[in-house]
Design a protein around this ligand. Structure first.
Ligand SMILES: *[C@@H]1O[C@H](CO)[C@@H](O)[C@H](O)[C@H]1NC(C)=O
Ligand SMILES: *[C@@H]1O[C@H](CO)[C@@H](O)[C@H](O)[C@H]1NC(C)=O
Ligand SMILES: *[C@@H]1O[C@H](CO)[C@@H](O)[C@H](O)[C@H]1NC(C)=O
Ligand SMILES: *[C@@H]1O[C@H](CO)[C@@H](O)[C@H](O)[C@H]1NC(C)=O
Ligand SMILES: *[C@@H]1O[C@H](CO)[C@@H](O)[C@H](O)[C@H]1NC(C)=O
Ligand SMILES: *[C@@H]1O[C@H](CO)[C@@H](O)[C@H](O)[C@H]1NC(C)=O
Length: 500
C-alpha cells in the first residue's frame, strides 16, 4: 500500500517546470536546504505532529447493535483518546512546486470506555454494563504534499493533498459480554477508523495552517545594530530540485529605521563556488555585494569616524615622542598631548576571491594638539590601508578578523610646515597595529547575523570563500520550545523571527 501512496502523489511530481515564474529580482544571499536538511525538518514536523496528537480526544460514538438472541443493544464508546503514536518510517521528497512527506507503517493506540444497555423481552428491566477497552491501529499511511510559494516576499505554505490509509485495528476488551467483542469489531471498526482518520488529518491541516501563519510573521528585515538592518525579503523561488530546496533573499544591508534601499548592487558571484557542502543540511551563499552594502551603510551613517585619545603606549600621544621625527611640532607645542581624529574618506572596499578576503580602507587622520584646553588641528594625513581578512561562524553570526598587510601615507595638509612623511611610518604602523585593527576587530568579532530562523542554531559550520562569494555549509540543531505549541497565536509571533 505504501507503493499505492507514492502513485497517488505522482501527478504532483509531474508538474512541468515551466510553471515557474521568471523573475528579474536578485537575491544576494541564497540558501539551499539539502536532502539531509529536508530529512531533519521532516523529523521535526513529524515529532511536532505526534506530540500534538497525544493525548487527543475523539468524539463519542453511539450505535444500536442487533445482537442475535439478545436484541437491540445501545452501545456507546466514550472517552476515546489517542495516547500514543509511533511512526517507524517516513520519507520526504522535494517535487516541482512543493514537498511530499509520507509516513508509513505507523501505529496508534487508543483507549476508550464502552457501555451498553438493553432490555430483554422476558425481563422488563434494563441490563447494562460498562468497561474499558484498548484499540491498536496498525499499518497507517499518511501522505502529505505541501506547496511552498513566495508571495510578495514572504513564504506561503499550503496543503495540496493529504491522504490517509489504515490497514487494521485490533481491540482488547477488559470485561464485557462475549458478544460485545464481535459487535464492536463489526460495527465500530469503520467508525473508529474514520474517527482516527479525521482526527489525524484535521490535526495535520491545523498544524500546517499554524506553520503557514508563522512563516507569514517572519520579518522582512533583521536589525543588526543601531545603524544597520539586513533585508531578508524573499525574492524569486523557492527553487525545487529532486533533493533540495533553494531560497533567495534580498540580503542587502540597509540603514536602520530608514526603510530605504542604499543603492544598486550587481550580482558578482559565479556559482557554483568550490565548497564541499555535500554532507551538510544547509548551504548559505553570500555575494560580495552583501559586504559592499554593509560597507556603504556604515560609511554613510558617519559611524566610521572616531577620536583616539588613549593608546597602549600613552607617550605616543605626546609631542615629546615626536621630537625627532617632526621637530617643528615639538617646537611649537612642547610636551603637549595630542589626539587623533580618524575618519574614513570612502567606504571600505571588500574583495572576495578564492581563499582570500582583501580590503582597502581610505582614511584621513587629523592630528590635534591639546594646548591650554584648546584643540588645535595641526596636520592631516591620508592613509590607504590594505588588509586581509578571515571569516568564521559563531552561533548564527558570521564573524571576522582583519590583519594589516600594508599601508601608504600622504600629507593632506599641514599647519606646521612640510615634514617627511616616511619618518612617521613606524609610529603609524604601531598605531594601526595596537589601536585601529584591535578596535575594528572587536566589532567584527561580534559579527553580523545570518538569516537563520529563530530556534535553529548552526552546528559544525564550515566556511569557504569562492570567487566573489562566501559560502557557509552547516548542520543545524533545533532548540525545541514546547511553549510555542501551547501559546496562543498572537504570542507565538514574538517567538518567531530571524536571529539568535
Ligand atoms: C472519562 O475518563 C475520566 C478519567 O480519565 C473519568 O473521570 C470519566 O468518568 C470518564 N468518563 C466516562 C464516561 O467514563
Ligand atoms: C500499543 O499497545 C500494544 C499492546 O497494548 C503495545 O504492544 C504497543 O507497543 C503499543 N504501541 C504504541 C505505539 O504505544
Ligand atoms: C474510562 O477510561 C478511563 C481512562 O480513560 C479509566 O480510568 C476509567 O476507569 C474508565 N471507566 C470505566 C468505567 O471503565
Ligand atoms: C536528481 O537529479 C539529478 C540531476 O539533477 C540526478 O542525477 C539524480 O539521479 C536525481 N535523483 C533522483 C532520486 O531522481
Ligand atoms: C528589500 O528587498 C526587497 C526585494 O529585493 C525590495 O523590494 C525592498 O525595497 C527592499 N527593502 C529595502 C528597505 O531596501
Ligand atoms: C574630526 O574631524 C572632522 C572633520 O574631518 C570634524 O568634523 C570633527 O569635528 C572632528 N572631531 C574632533 C573631535 O576633532
Amino acid at each position: 500500500m505504501a507503493a499505492a501512496f507514492f502513485f497517488l502523489l505522482m501527478p504532483f511530481f509531474l508538474v512541468p517546470a515551466s510553471t515557474h515564474l521568471q523573475s528579474t529580482e536578485v537575491g544576494f544571499i541564497s540558501a539551499v536546504i539539502s536532502e539531509k536538511g529536508l530529512d531533519f525538518a521532516k523529523d521535526i514536523l513529524i515529532e511536532k505532529a505526534i506530540s500534538s496528537l497525544t493525548p487527543l480526544n475523539l468524539p463519542q460514538i453511539d450505535r444500536v447493535l442487533k445482537i442475535p438472541f439478545v436484541g437491540n443493544v445501545l452501545v456507546g464508546l466514550s472517552n476515546i483518546s489517542i495516547y500514543s503514536v509511533n511512526v517507524p518510517y517516513s520519507n520526504v521528497k522535494s517535487g516541482d512546486t512543493g514537498i511530499a512527506i509520507v509516513a508509513s507503517g505507523a501505529t496508534t493506540n487508543l483507549s476508550m470506555n464502552w457501555s451498553y444497555s438493553y432490555t430483554t423481552w422476558f425481563f422488563p428491566v434494563i441490563i447494562s454494563d460498562n468497561g474499558h477497552a484498548h484499540v491498536q491501529v496498525e499499518g497507517m499511511e499518511v501522505g502529505l504534499t505541501l506547496g511552498l510559494e513566495n508571495r510578495q516576499g514572504t513564504l506561503e505554505l499550503s496543503i495540496m493533498e493529504c491522504g490517509f490509509y489504515m490497514k487494521d485495528i485490533s481491540i482488547t476488551l477488559d470485561g464485557g459480554a462475549s458478544w460485545l467483542y464481535q459487535g464492536l469489531l463489526d460495527v465500530f471498526e469503520e467508525q473508529i477508523k474514520s474517527s482516527v482518520e479525521n482526527a489525524i488529518t484535521n490535526n495535520i491541516k491545523e498544524g500546517i495552517m499554524k506553520l503557514d501563519s508563522l512563516l507569514k510573521t517572519l520579518p522582512v528585515e533583521v536589525s543588526v545594530d543601531e545603524i544597520a538592518a539586513l533585508n531578508v525579503t524573499f525574492v524569486n523561488g523557492p527553487e525545487f530540485s529532486n533533493s533540495s530546496i533553494g531560497f533567495e533573499i534580498d540580503g542587502l544591508f540597509t540603514a536602520a529605521h530608514k526603510g530605504v534601499s542604499t543603492g544598486n548592487y550587481f550580482m558578482n558571484s559565479q556559482p557554483p563556488a568550490f565548497c564541499n557542502c555535500q554532507n551538510k543540511m544547509l548551504e548559505i551563499s553570500l555575494d560580495e555585494a552583501v559586504f559592499k552594502s554593509a560597507s556603504n551603510v556604515y560609511y554613510n551613517a558617519d559611524s566610521m569616524q572616531w577620536t583616539v585619545d588613549k593608546v597602549p603606549n600613552p607617550s605616543l600621544l605626546n609631542t615629546a615622542s615626536w621630537k625627532y621625527i617632526v621637530p617643528q611640532l615639538y617646537k611649537m607645542y612642547p610636551n603637549d598631548d595630542m589626539i587623533l581624529n580618524v575618519s574614513l574618506s570612502a567606504p571600505p572596499i571588500i574583495k572576495i576571491s578564492p581563499n582570500n578576503i582583501d580590503s582597502t580602507v581610505y582614511s584621513d587622520i587629523i592630528i590635534d594638539v591639546l594646548n591650554d584646553n584648546e584643540i588645535i588641528p595641526v596636520a592631516c594625513i591620508s592613509l590607504e590601508v590594505s588588509a586581509t581578512g578571515s571569516v568564521d561562524i559563531s552561533g548564527n553570526n558570521i564573524v571576522g578578523n582583519v590583519g594589516l598587510v600594508d599601508f601608504t601615507m600622504s600629507l593632506k595638509w599641514s599647519k606646521i610646515g612640510n615634514f617627511r612623511i616616511y619618518l612617521i611610518q613606524s609610529v603609524m604602523r604601531t598605531l594601526l597595529k595596537t589601536v585601529f585593527f584591535p578596535y575594528v576587530n572587536i566589532r567584527l568579532r561580534r559579527g553580523f547575523p545570518l538569516p537563520i530562523i529563530r530556534g535553529f542554531t548552526l552546528q559544525n559550520a564550515d566556511i569557504c570563500t569562492g570567487s566573489s562569494q562566501i559560502v557557509v555549509c552547516s548542520d543545524v540543531v533545533y532548540a525545541d520550545s514546547n511553549e510555542l505549541r501551547l501559546l496562543p497565536y498572537n504570542q507565538i509571533q514574538s517567538f518567531l523571527g530571524f536571529g539568535v
